[in-house]
Design a protein around this ligand. Structure first.
Ligand SMILES: NC(=O)c1ccc[n+]([C@@H]2O[C@H](COP(=O)([O-])OP(=O)(O)OC[C@H]3O[C@@H](n4cnc5c(N)ncnc54)[C@H](OP(=O)(O)O)[C@@H]3O)[C@@H](O)[C@H]2O)c1
Length: 327
């Protein structure tokens, strides 16, 4: 089968299309003929050598796919060959065939195309599992979502809006994305390049701050988030694009009685991931069926042009998700 490999850590130029053996499903797995694969920032970090796959996992990148089941393991009863599915995978999505644990595979939700379905699992599960299930985001709360233009940010904007947030604020880097973020559900999208988001949040909230912050940036955002948070606020750290903070003001956390928590999806067991999927099926899939919520896909590339897709993501000009279509 055709698959993407990274020849060595580096930029998009290390991407090659290789012939790889077709994988075989174990007892609790399904073999999927991939229609499309979502691209996520963790794939870029893997390409750069900053986020290696867990031991025993294929080096082929790609954490989510849509496609059709062509073979099932011996223990599988709820999928059969021909079923159209979406799956979260440990790796291997950028390929014509991929193995998925049946616990992290779902039938394609009503209301989604296969192209959209490929862009759902990683970000919807990360946001639902960490912001809603772990941190308990509830209706009537306000939130600041960093990276409003990202796959994670667009998903969090839609889901918090649909769940009844009192106010949704995002950070983005240009006026075009400010408008797009508002169209996705944000009350205000703050250009973090030209404005201090802390002052903007305090101005929008009469000096009170926001109840929740979803942060993918880290670095100096950690202390700034403490300043932008309301008393008893919760900060959910799911990424650290700026790395660890060099300096942080923990006193603010104490004085405001803040909760600062973090998690990664990939390190969780299939059973833990299944609980997140249960929540999505109960609460989010009905919104997808009515069109209230759906993955934002801004571009597609054929597998053979995976390097161009990574160049596009590296440029930071995307809004939402980029998807690879199998040739
Ligand atoms: N914990 C988990 O399980 C988990 C799972 C998936 C992803 N993640 C993390 O979540 C993050 C987003 O992933 P993704 O796939 O959605 O990424 P993505 O689509 O590639 O987006 C990254 C975004 O970061 C924004 N950004 C960069 N610097 C920023 C800053 N200083 N302030 C505000 N926004 C900034 C960029 O926006 P502009 O272009 O507007 O600057 C860009 O939209 C990554 O850090 C990833 O590692 C974590």
């Amino acid at each position: 089968m055709k698959a993407v490999i990274f020849q060595q850590p580096g930029g998009p130029e290390v991407i090659r299309i290789a012939d790889m053996p077709e994988p075989k499903p174990a007892a609790n797995e399904v073999l999927i003929k991939v229609y499309a694969a979502g691209i996520n920032r963790p794939d870029i970090l893997q390409r750069e050598g900053k986020y290696n796959p867990p031991a025993g996992v294929t080096l082929i990148p790609g954490l989510e796919v849509s496609g059709s089941v062509i073979e099932t393991g011996n223990n599988i009863t709820h999928f059969k060959p021909g079923d159209t599915v979406c799956a979260l995978v440990q790796g291997g999505g950028y390929a014509e065939y991929v193995i998925a644990n049946a616990l992290t595979t779902v039938h394609l939700p009503e209301g989604l195309t296969l192209r959209e379905g490929a862009a759902m699992m990683e970000t919807f599960m990360t946001v639902w599992g960490h912001l809603f299930q772990m941190a308990g985001f509830s209706p009537g709360k306000s939130i600041l979502i960093h990276g409003g233009a990202s796959g994670i940010g667009t998903t969090a904007t839609m889901l918090t809006r649909a769940w009844g947030a009192s106010a949704v604020y995002t950070t983005v880097s240009c006026s075009e994305n400010q408008q797009k973020s508002r169209n996705t559900g944000a009350d205000a999208a703050i250009n973090y390049r030209t404005y201090d988001y802390v002052s903007e949040i305090l101005a929008h909230t009469d000096g009170k701050g926001v109840d929740y912050i979803l942060d993918i940036v880290g670095g100096d955002y950690v202390t700034r988030n403490y300043k932008a948070a309301a008393m008893y606020g919760s900060i959910v750290q799911i990424g650290m694009l700026q790395g660890n903070p060099h300096d942080m003001n923990l006193f603010l956390m104490l004085a405001k009685r803040l909760k600062h928590m973090g998690a990664t999806l990939r390190s969780q067991s299939p059973e833990e991931k299944m609980k997140i999927i249960d929540g999505l099926q109960k609460h989010v899939f009905p919104w997808i069926a009515t069109g209230k919520v759906k993955p934002v896909v801004c571009a597609t590339y054929p597998l053979s042009e995976a390097a161009d897709a990574h160049v596009f993501l590296d440029s930071g000009n995307h809004f939402g998700k980029v998807v690879l279509l199998m040739d």
